[in-house]
Design a binder for this molecule. Structure first.
Ligand code: GTP
Ligand code: SPV
Ligand code: MN
Length: 586
């Protein structure tokens, strides 16, 4: 193998892992990423030359590029995602399972000789702040320059990771190959026992940027179980109040249900002295701190966010942040080399849509794919918190669960305690979105928003939640929100976005022992919420907090069936929480 041109050499374990993959994939060339600025510019040039990326208008959007994916590769493919634990029961009732032997054999077969005529890129990376004891190292090999450039934004990548690794064999081995991007060659396999990931046949986001969902959630959730911490599908934010005190909040909503928007919200209420600071928008690693608080770090270094719906009105911070050094995937390219998408809040320009077809406002096709994404460095976010890379993490006072639910769930309520909160997370129900292939708008249970991301038995995962709560001296309070309740016409009852600060303020008040509540069968709801200046009828306000006992009785039954379907693995405490809820309605 050609020795990498780096002052820091890869250790023998990294070299062996990479050599094995070279022997199998047989690339023409091997390239070790060093993570330098010079390298990024060179790779962007190369990606444009080879057609992997298109350059956008560099005057208006400096450092921005466009990627158009094949139509069959625009979202995570959950039915092709497997947990390859030695025993099937260790993957539990919610995961697809394959034996490690079968998983390795299948991937090996697809990978063999797949990089002839191509370059194999080696990406050493750190998930988490460079100097945090909570961070983890990965090494990904890939044949996709798009993946390299995304990983450069999403992780701390290059020689810094090898330096941090030193001589240790302790890193996640991440093997990726886009192969021919055919679904028939697509598989995303996780081998938790070996700390190994093998993903073939897709070049898209969560399927291909292996530091993200594969490592930082599926593999990390298994590590967390073993090492007594948690890897969660959560944003992290700090709400600063009038006195300058920050309340840190972590929130788990299913894919495309509002994490990025909440994490970087800008709001008219800032004039009252409140401000939201962003620490992360998708993944949180939570450790038990010496201070008895749950402490959160964001393992990522960038945001891979949903583009459609991002506008000056909904998410001005995100819009500002994606004006430079951003990779756009599957949006419309206007004739002047700028970009457009549905819900941008500007008149649609003529151009070429995500499918590569000429497009005008009269076209029947979408301009951007509903799951089109931006990839942007977190440091570019106007609301990024100064402490976002604190190696110790930040102390979490509140955990918020939520989802898309047209009916049943009120705008916000508070759990009675940690166990009840765990039960609320375990029973999240949300309408499916374009973030995964399959039907959109179907209500499914998505426990802790981790249904597609928990790398082991979901019942053990629930038990782990209960156990962590017991070891915390200062456990966060737990809340449940729903920005998506609708009226009989199907219109959203709640304005959402920046106005969600009204709910966050109540949550922060509750964490500080303030805020009046009413006790209801489902939990505490606010005695009053600040609706001032909002154009809401009395009826709307009532509907937002309405608890329809018939609908809730049906909900209890549906949760009972859900737990029954999961089987014996569900902790009895959670089954009892559901029974108690049922009794409170009878
Ligand atoms: P992933 O990156 O897939 O994990 O998604 P996410 O949870 O970060 O979702 P994101 O914030 O990107 O929001 C997804 C979609 O929900 C976007 O189209 C938003 O415009 C919409 N959305 C976000 N917040 C709100 C809200 O408060 N109200 C309404 N009605 N829509 C919202
Ligand atoms: C999600 O689907 O939850 C995402 C996008 O955040 S992906 O990285 O593709 O998983
Ligand atoms: Mn996500």
């Amino acid at each position: 193998m050609i020795a990498p041109l780096m002052s820091t050499s890869p250790n023998e374990h990294v070299l062996k892992f990479v050599q094995d993959m070279i022997d199998l994939a047989q690339p023409d060339k091997t390239y070790w990423c060093d993570g330098s600025e010079e390298e990024v510019q060179r790779l962007y040039k190369e990606a444009v030359k080879t057609g992997s990326l298109e350059e956008l208008n560099q005057e208006k959007l400096p450092g921005c590029y466009l990627r158009k994916s094949p139509q069959n590769d625009v979202a995570r493919t959950e039915h092709l995602t497997f947990i390859c634990s030695p025993k099937k029961e260790d993957s539990g009732p919610t995961n697809n399972w394959m034996s490690p032997k079968e998983g390795y054999e299948k991937c090996r077969k697809i990978y063999k000789g797949s990089m002839k005529g191509r370059t194999l890129y080696v990406i050493p990376f750190i998930m988490g702040p460079i100097d945090s004891l909570y961070s983890k190292i990965g090494v990904q090999v890939t044949d996709s320059i798009y993946v390299v450039l995304n990983m450069r934004i999403m992780t701390r990548m290059g020689k810094i990771a090898l330096q941090r690794l030193g001589t240790s064999p302790d890193f996640t081995r991440c093997v990726h190959g886009k192969i021919d991007l055919e679904i028939s060659h697509r598989l995303i396999c996780h081998f938790p026992k070996d700390n190994f990931i093998w993903s073939v046949g897709s070049g898209y986001g969560g399927n291909a940027l292996l530091g993200k969902k594969c490592m930082a959630l599926r593999i990390a959730s298994c590590l967390g179980k073993k090492e007594n911490w948690m890897a969660e599908h959560m944003l992290i934010l700090g709400l600063e109040d009038r006195e300058g005190k920050k309340t840190y909040v972590a929130a788990a909503f299913p894919s495309a249900c509002g994490k990025t928007n909440l994490a970087m919200m800008k709001t008219s209420l800032e004039k009252d002295g409140y401000k939201v600071w962003t620490l992360g928008d998708d993944i949180a690693w939570l450790h038990i701190g010496d201070d008895g608080y749950l402490r959160a770090i964001n393992p990522e270094a960038g945001f891979f966010g949903v583009v459609p719906g991002t506008s000056e009105k909904t998410n001005p911070n995100a819009l500002e942040m994606i004006q430079k050094n951003t990779i756009y995937t599957n949006v419309l390219k206007a004739s002047d080399g700028t970009v457009w998408w549905e819900g941008k809040g500007e008149a649609p320009p003529d151009g070429v849509n995500w499918l590569g077809h000429p497009w005008t406002i009269r076209s029947s096709e979408k301009a951007a794919h509903p799951n089109s994404r931006f990839t942007t460095p977190a440091s570019q976010c106007p609301s990024i918190a100064s402490e976002w890379e604190n190696p110790e993490g930040v102390p979490i006072s509140a955990i918020i669960f939520g989802g898309r639910r047209a009916k049943v769930t009120p705008l916000v309520y508070e759990a009675f305690n940690w166990q009840h909160g765990t039960y609320l997370g375990a029973t999240i129900a949300s309408e499916t979105t374009a973030a995964q292939t399959g039907d959109v708008g179907v209500v499914r249970r998505d426990p802790m928003a981790m249904l597609p991301f928990c790398g082991y038995n979901i019942g053990e995962y629930f038990q782990h939640w209960l156990n962590i709560g017991k070891s915390l001296e200062n456990p966060p309070k737990v809340f449940y929100v729903n920005w998506f309740k609708t009226n009989e016409k199907g219109e959203y009852l709640w304005p959402g976005f920046g106005e969600n600060l009204r709910v966050l303020r109540w949550i922060a008040d509750r964490c500080q022992g303030k805020g009046e509540v009413s006790k209801t069968p489902i939990g505490y709801i606010p005695e009053s919420l600040d609706f001032s200046g909002l154009d809401l009828s009395e009826n709307q306000k009532k509907e937002l907090f309405q608890i329809d006992s018939q609908a809730w009785k049906e909900e209890v039954q549906s949760r009972k069936e859900f737990f029954a379907k999961l089987g014996d693995c569900v902790p009895k405490e959670l089954v009892e929480e559901n029974e108690s809820l049922g009794k409170r309605f009878s």
